[in-house]
Design a protein around this ligand. Sequence first.
Ligand code: NAP
Length: 315
Amino acid sequence: MSSTPSTPPWDVRRLPRADGSVFLVTGGNAGIGYFVAEQLSVTGATVVLGSRNPAKAEAATAAIRSRVPGARVRAVRLDLADLPSLGTAVESLDVEHLDAVVHNAGVALDDPPRRETGDGHEIMFGTNHLGHFALTHWLLPLLSAAPAARIVTVGSFAAKSERLDLDDLQSRKDYRPKRTYGRSKLAQMYFGLELDRRLRAVDSPVASVVVHPGGALDSLTPSRPPVQVRTAGARLCGAPAALLVQGKHAGAWPAVRAVLEPTVRGGQLWGPRVFGLRGKPQREPVWNHLADTSVAARLWDASCDLTGVDLGAIP
Ligand SMILES: NC(=O)c1ccc[n+]([C@@H]2O[C@H](COP(=O)([O-])OP(=O)(O)OC[C@H]3O[C@@H](n4cnc5c(N)ncnc54)[C@H](OP(=O)(O)O)[C@@H]3O)[C@@H](O)[C@H]2O)c1
């Protein structure tokens, strides 16, 4: 009797080695980004945390080193809300090539008033989308110097029910924090997919993949003191939510898989298996509205104007 060889299911405890690779994780000092960095560190790669807060970055690198013997982890100062600083931040990486960047950092406000970055952009759109858009411009030469680099953009399930208002990208006319957040994540996802189309058009070795973490709560996340501490009370109160969502350690999995798995391709969307909210990462069909290339192209042009970077000149 012949047996069909089958691939074992993806398991974060069986990641491939990536010695010699260099990965950058924005917002790697906390939350999902911390766990992306911790999990990638296990592969032997050099992992750089992009963080706006040196003390938090130091705590995160120490926490990773304490859990991953021999971890090659360090941090650079990176503030996505400060667009003019991003070129210097990339220089401070001090690497010859970059094998992947995870565009993870994000800000989500729950309440008004509308806030702006120092550059005068609405803070969620400005940080989550424009910050990563401009950062990509500065990173592309390093990514292009790697044999097959990946840009992994962390979107959100919250973007599924949103639509962009191209005439009010900065939510000046209509500011509702949850909507503005969802739209900023949607903009990131449009960007990730449009970027891949543009990279393919110039036969670039770089691929752009979009992922989303599902729902990821601190109360379901294991402790990593002092980065993340879960009390017994929080654990108890949070337990019922585990039926629907997951912890930030599991929210990291789609990004980790998108960075490492050889079969992942540019232009794909990956998210958690169970209702897109929890579980192991799997490939999803690209959501219908995300496939609208005319919206993506208009957003691209607007993002070039707003950031002042010319991502049209992809090397
Ligand atoms: N948690 C969820 O359920 C969920 C669901 C869908 C999508 N997401 C997405 O997943 C990503 C991570 O979420 P999370 O839950 O882990 O959030 P989090 O715990 O609040 O962590 C956010 C990270 O982003 C960093 N950050 C914020 N503004 C920044 C800036 N201007 N420059 C550089 N870094 C900045 C934060 O740095 P500081 O520590 O300095 O604040 C922190 O490291 C976000 O993109 C979020 O939109 C999360």
